[in-house]
Design a protein around this ligand. Structure first.
Ligand code: C2E
Ligand code: MG
Ligand code: MG
Length: 583
């Protein structure tokens, strides 16, 4: 494209000029100057009042605009992305103030909308007697691409395209800083293929390479975007998983092992390989990448010793803890299918009449080898794994069935209190599950009381209000368990259709000796009073505690002082001994 097309305009001093600002009849000097400009392999422009006054052919070629389109009509801001306008405007201000420039980088936008990186260097000058600037623009796309390629070669493993040790180290510095700041953990997993050398030796290195690529692809699909999967070379892969504790790391490791359960198809071969994994956790197993890698490596060798195709933690306590838990999880599933859960019942006693007016259903796991396992040991695992829903539904049905059976046996009607876990309460269709348990057993809704903790109710209080109201309309009673340990807001408490507060047993425990506990318990009693709720004290073990609670005006109590949780037959016997039984 020719500069200064043929259009001619009138210069302020009356001399005819072309669009580029040159005289129509150029002098020799100007002609030489123009030849240089037109031949230059760099974009050159003159700028005045933020408009182009001259652009050389190389620049118009780069941008796709003609000189006529640019001169006097466009300025640099028209060929740069919005995000960089401020930077550019500042540069132009400095040039027009006579400040010399140094080169800076911009992303330039062509007429067709495409972009390319460029460096710009401007310096102040004068044009037609007024301040202006002259600038050069260099397309640096090739240079950028080369830099990118160099970075890739330096940071990524050429075979698999995964980050290499260098990039892993770089990222780990950031992970460590974040973990230290947020007091979170990082799991480092060392994965090594078992007997990989055999593949190389028997099928050749190119098959081995293809296998490594396939393995890398599958491993990569298991981890999250924030995780780093790197290849250290050979058949060694490293995972850096931020914000992950040991149980979650074990879960990832299990999934990684699972990745190898299907054979890999490589060059017409079906290859089965297994991995050995070592896990260690920042900060307890090491404070920097080198020691974490070393310890994960040690753990990985232990996994190989214990039979390959498995994972091991570096610290042995963690091994037992996590394995216990995984074992617990699969055991729980089995236990549910084999009907190993049973319910015991603990009397709820009215302090006014001294009579048993209800029972709380408490789950136990009757393990065929380990004997009876108490809920504190398995309920949280059931909650974490979602198993609490089927288990909880079973408890509801079984407790309702038992209560109705007692009624049909002629025993006085009782309140059947059933614990509901947060996850279970929030599962969709919980109201229907309750309605189903009542319908199947024939129990009157007023005989069923659901025990929720403060945390369950207060979490998403507005959503829960809907569920609570639906249950309340059905006629089901609601109580707040372990009361005093949560953070109930009184304002909310008033809105909830909850009829009973159960003072947590930690306050009842030291009632006689700890004035603070006494104060908390008596405050809960009077608060419950004023909200017209029934107050029950949990964990009453002594006559003295009972006397104190009576003095406060507490309505009900539960605890070893009256009875431990016992099998249903024991409850029936106890009820028959009560004065009103068999009436
Ligand atoms: P919780 O609902 O607060 O149940 C009362 C716990 O206190 C029971 O423990 C009971 O045995 C114990 N306890 C009762 N009286 C006394 C006493 O005088 N002294 C002492 N030291 N303890 C007493 P358990 O049966 O081990 O249950 C523990 C927790 O497990 C329960 O606390 C409840 O949160 C949960 N849980 C039990 N059964 C179920 C269930 O079916 N579903 C759900 N989601 N959770 C359950
Ligand atoms: Mg309870
Ligand atoms: Mg409780």
């Amino acid at each position: 494209m020719a500069v200064g097309a043929k259009s001619v305009e009138q210069r302020h001093d009356g001399e005819a000029t072309d669009k580029a600002g040159f005289a129509a009849e150029p002098s020799d000097e100007e002609r030489i100057f123009r030849t240089i400009m037109e031949a230059a392999q760099v974009g050159i422009f003159v700028l005045q009042d933020q408009r182009f006054k001259y652009v050389n052919p190389y620049l118009t070629g780069l941008l796709g605009f003609s000189a006529a389109e640019m001169i006097d009509r466009m300025g640099p801001l028209d060929v740069v992305q919005q995000a960089q306008h401020e930077l550019l405007a500042e540069q132009m201000r400095q040039r027009s103030a006579g400040v010399g420039g140094h080169s800076y980088e911009l992303l330039v936008v062509r007429k067709d909308g495409s972009t390319f990186p460029a460096t710009i260097l401007g310096s102040p000058t004068s044009f037609r007697g007024r301040p202006a600037s002259v600038g050069t623009l260099t397309d640096i796309s090739l240079q950028k691409a080369a830099e990118q390629r160099i970075r890739e070669l330096a940071d990524y493993d050429v075979l698999t395209g995964l980050p290499n040790r260098r990039l892993l180290r770089e990222r780990f510095v950031q992970l460590l800083a974040a973990a230290e700041r947020d007091k979170t953990e990082i799991a480092v997993i060392f994965l090594d293929l078992d007997h990989f050398k055999r593949v190389n030796d028997s099928l050749g290195h190119s098959v081995g390479d293809d296998l490594l690529c396939e393995v890398a692809r599958r491993l990569d699909s298991v981890v999250r975007r924030i995780d780093t999967l790197a290849r250290l070379g050979g058949d060694e892969f490293i995972f850096a998983l931020p914000g992950i504790h040991s149980t979650a790391a074990a879960e990832v490791a299990r999934r990684l092992v699972e990745v190898f359960s299907r054979p890999f198809e490589v060059a017409g071969h079906e290859l089965t390989v297994t991995p050995s994994l070592g896990i260690c956790i920042y900060p307890q197993d090491g404070l920097d990448l080198e020691s974490l890698l070393k310890n994960a490596d040690t753990a990985m060798y232990r996994a190989k010793e214990t039979g390959r195709n498995a994972f091991q933690f570096y610290s042995s306590e963690m091994n037992t803890m996590t394995l216990d838990r995984l074992l617990m999880e699969s055991n729980l599933r089995r236990a549910f299918l084999q009907r190993e859960f049973i319910l015991h019942y603990q009397p709820l006693v009215s302090l006014e009449s001294g009579l048993i007016v209800g029972v709380e259903a408490l789950i136990r796991w009757q393990h065929p080898e380990l004997g009876m396992i108490m809920p504190d040991r398995f309920i949280h695992v059931a909650e974490d794994t979602g198993l609490i829903n089927p288990i909880g539904d079973w408890v509801l049905c079984e407790a309702c069935r038992q209560a109705q059976t007692w009624t049909e046996e002629g025993l006085p009607p009782l309140i059947m209190a059933v614990n509901v876990a947060p996850v279970q309460f929030r599962q969709s269709g919980f109201v229907e599950v309750v309605a189903g348990a009542l319908a199947a057993s024939g129990l009157a809704p007023g005989c069923l009381e659901l025990e929720l903790t403060e945390r369950t109710v207060m979490h998403d209080a507005d959503i829960n209000l809907g569920t609570l109201s639906a249950l309340h309309r059905m006629g089901v009673e609601l109580s707040l368990d372990d009361f005093g340990t949560g953070y109930s807001s009184l304002a909310y408490l008033k809105r909830f259709p909850v009829g009973k507060l159960k003072i947590d047993r930690s306050f009842v425990n030291d009632l006689e000796t700890d004035p603070d506990d006494w104060a908390i318990a008596s405050t809960i009693v009077s608060m419950g009073r004023s909200l017209r709720m029934t107050v029950l004290a949990e964990g009453v073990e002594t006559g003295e505690q009972l006397a104190q609670l009576r003095k406060m005006g507490c309505d009900m109590a539960q605890g070893f002082h009256f009875s431990r949780p016992i099998p249903p037959a024991g409850i029936a016997d106890m009820l028959r001994l009560q004065p009103f039984a068999n009436r």
